[in-house]
Design a binder for this molecule. Structure first.
Ligand SMILES: NC(=O)c1ccc[n+]([C@@H]2O[C@H](COP(=O)([O-])OP(=O)(O)OC[C@H]3O[C@@H](n4cnc5c(N)ncnc54)[C@H](OP(=O)(O)O)[C@@H]3O)[C@@H](O)[C@H]2O)c1
Length: 283
């Protein structure tokens, strides 16, 4: 039996649908079972017989986190530590989702799982501390770092772009941050692959293949959106720098992740970002 924590979020919803479709027995919880409440987690776990826990619950508002550090930490670090301790108590394996934001983004080649972390904002710092709590409290865990996630459920860059492209004559998108857009469906499928293969515990990187800037991503969303009718307006996509686009906290300039480890361990081929974007928009 699988316990899916954070089942109502963007990735959690995608995972729920995929678990259902593949007939995996699972129970999903979200806010109603607060991950900061250790006793509640333990009570819930003791009432079931879980072999696996997947954690998608998180504080994901990157800018807001700068002013809301205590709440962000209580979820991303302490709450995750609670989940890992609960997993350890019931001898369940844990799959926990983390982020490219654990790196400072000053690199110029894809980050491997062994590269030193150095988060530059509250969100990244608390996610990194969550990883450390997982490794300490339940060594039988997989941590999957991902990046630039989008999906059907919840808000994402793709949704925001489609909305703005339909409303405005022009939009400006930053062209100095490099990363790999990742379709939540592809990540969810890869999470399921961990059930099938007995691979070593530890950290793994997963994104779609290829790397681009947000500007390149926006241009492709526009081009595909125009073709399939999800953008009905003429909109000019302009390139700008991060400095021209004020945000509360800096984003890593380079956050491409090396995926060799997960590809070898699971024997998977990862779809390129543009192929997945096309499928997502068609769906
Ligand atoms: N989105 C990205 O671009 C991205 C990139 C890299 C990594 N990640 C990581 O991927 C994972 C999934 O991200 P996502 O975008 O799917 O997140 P999400 O949509 O924000 O989902 C998180 C879920 O956790 C729930 N939650 C909040 N506080 C909780 C609590 N105290 N107890 C239990 N559940 C609680 C949220 O409920 P509410 O909605 O009511 O708050 C929400 O349903 C996260 O670990 C995130 O850090 C995301």
């Amino acid at each position: 039996m699988i316990w899916l924590i954070g089942n109502k979020g963007m990735l959690g919803t995608e995972l729920s649908l995929l678990l259902e479709r593949n007939r995996f027995p699972f129970v999903g919880t979200d806010r109603e079972l607060d991950i900061t409440d250790m006793a509640a987690l333990e009570n819930f776990a003791s009432a079931h017989s879980f072999d696996w826990i997947i954690n998608c619950a998180a504080y994901t508002a990157v800018d807001k986190a700068e002013d809301d550090g205590d709440v962000c930490r209580s979820l991303n670090a302490d709450g995750v530590g609670n989940i890992a301790a609960t997993a350890n108590k019931i001898k369940a394996r844990l799959i926990h989702i983390s982020t490219d934001y654990v790196f400072n983004g000053k690199g110029n080649r894809p980050y491997t799982e062994d590269d030193p972390t150095d988060p530059i904002g509250v969100y990244g710092l608390t996610k990194r501390d969550g990883e450390l709590a997982v490794l300490k409290n339940n060594p039988d865990s997989y941590i999957i770092r991902t990046a630039w996630l989008y999906g059907k459920h919840g808000n994402s860059f793709v949704h925001t772009m489609l909305k703005l492209m339909n409303e405005r004559e022009s939009i400006s998108v930053v062209n100095d941050q490099n990363g790999s857009p990742t379709w939540a469906y592809d990540l969810a499928s890869t999470v399921l692959a961990f059930f099938e293969k007995d691979v070593p515990f530890g950290i793994y990187h997963f994104t779609n293949e290829g790397s681009i800037t947000w500007f390149d991503f926006a241009k492709e969303i526009y081009s595909l959106g125009r073709k399939n009718g999800s953008v009905t307006n003429n909109c000019k996509i302009k390139s700008c720098t991060s400095a021209e686009f004020p945000a509360k906290v800096a984003r890593p300039a380079y956050s491409v992740l090396d995926k060799s480890k997960i590809k070898t361990a699971l024997g998977i081929t990862i779809p390129p970002w543009d192929e997945s974007l096309r499928k997502f928009l068609e769906a």
